[in-house]
Design a binder for this molecule. Structure first.
Ligand code: NI
Length: 391
């Protein structure tokens, strides 16, 4: 039984590797995945699956029903590439300069396609599977776009499941944990407006550079003084820009950076206190501050029940010894968190073997990992939508 799911998934290896390499050679940025989503839609149609295009601009949802069960499940993969130059030298390397599938979303898309084919052929479930092909995971709001387009109203899901490859973990192994998996992330820009003056006569102006310096220091007290030591949080000021000349006090200064937290309420505290510090410190100097705080990613938090089922599904594919159920969470982010805020679900990492890291110009998705991903998604579907007595 265990071997047969993986064995069956392996039957698709050649076909799926070809699809994966085709997507790899034609990378598209977030919300521009026209070719990719067209390929996805055509494959789903070819396998007899109901297709909905244009969900969240370039997103695609495939719907597969079997039996008379009312239970539903969502399986989600991301499709977008990154704005960087590939340096793998592979025969199927990116044909588009400055675009590269350096995070393996080509592989994730292929795995979800493989699961769709598998489930359409085997139909070992009773209920509805929604195959969610999401655009723009890399910071362009693809999950949000699909949600705003009524993803879970149009395609109700009792639970959603996502996955991501991880270089450094051997192929055939999985890693996840209960609770938080990825931090929530925000970007911020703080614009300080002072009053320009001659550099030799500061008394005639209001120096925004001084405000920026005080503010950058004060912002560091949010994590150290306002957040419990039990709650992980990072606040990095990564850019301070102001002025062009040695002898001119500028009119404006801009601070920018990122915030990562493991909980949404901690993120809300950071935002509130950042705004208070910026406005009041600027005011203290006679300047003004405007804060643009953009909450980009919700934390990815595994639901306890769905986590257990998902880890069990992984164990049924790869064996319990190949499933790490207590992997540490990451301060990186994944926009699947936005979907998991609306529907309980779980996320898992799977091994990409000994390859370059994601977002590296020498990275490539490992095609050997495809059958493991396919079998995992088929296994969790059969667990969530058991056939029971209906045949
Ligand atoms: Ni990624």
């Amino acid at each position: 039984m265990t071997d047969s799911m993986l064995d069956r998934a392996r039957l698709y290896q050649d076909e799926l590797s070809e699809i994966r390499r085709d997507i790899h050679a034609h990378p598209e940025l977030g919300l521009e995945e026209y070719r990719t989503s067209d390929l996805v839609a055509r494959k789903l149609e070819e396998w007899g699956i109901e297709v909905h295009r244009g969900v969240g601009k370039t997103g695609v949802v495939g719907v597969l029903r079997n039996g008379n069960g009312q239970a539903t499940v969502g399986l989600r993969a991301d499709m977008d590439a990154l704005p960087m130059q590939e340096a793998t030298g592979l025969p199927y390397a990116s044909q588009t300069p400055g675009r590269m599938h350096a995070c393996g979303h080509d592989g994730h898309t292929t795995i979800l396609l493989g699961a769709a084919k598998y489930l359409a052929e085997t139909r070992g479930f009773n209920g509805t599977v929604n195959f969610i092909f999401q655009p723009a995971e890399e910071g362009c709001g693809g999950a949000e776009a699909m949600l705003k387009d009524g993803l879970f109203q149009r395609f109700p899901c009792d639970a959603v499941f996502g996955l991501h490859n991880r270089p450094g973990i051997p192929v055939g192994q999985f890693a996840t944990s209960p609770g938080v998996r990825f931090a929530g992330a925000a970007f911020f820009d703080i614009t300080i407006t002072g009053k320009g003056a001659h550099g030799a006569r500061p008394q005639e102006g209001i120096d925004p550079v001084m405000v920026a310096c005080h503010l950058a220091t004060a912002l560091q007290t949010i994590v150290s003084r306002n957040i419990s030591a039990q709650d992980a949080a990072v606040l990095s000021v990564t850019r301070i820009q102001s002025g062009d000349a040695y002898n001119v006090i500028p009119q404006h200064a801009v601070l920018a950076g990122t915030v990562r937290t493991m909980k949404s309420d901690v993120m809300a505290t950071v935002e509130r206190n950042m705004k208070r510090l910026a406005v009041s410190i600027a005011e203290g100097f006679g300047a003004r501050a405007e804060v643009d705080f953009r909450n980009l990613f919700a934390p990815v938090v595994n639901d306890d029940r769905e986590f257990r089922l998902y880890a069990d599904a992984a164990a049924s594919v790869a064996g319990e010894a190949n499933v790490e159920r207590n992997a540490p969470p990451a301060m990186g982010s994944e926009d699947f968190g936005a979907m998991m805020e609306q529907v309980p679900g779980a996320h898992i990492m799977f091994g990409n073997g000994d390859t370059a890291g994601v977002h590296h110009q020498a990275y490539d998705f490992n095609d050997e990992a495809i059958p493991y991903g396919v079998a995992l998604l088929a296994a969790i579907t059969e667990k969530k939508l058991p056939r029971g007595s209906i045949d």
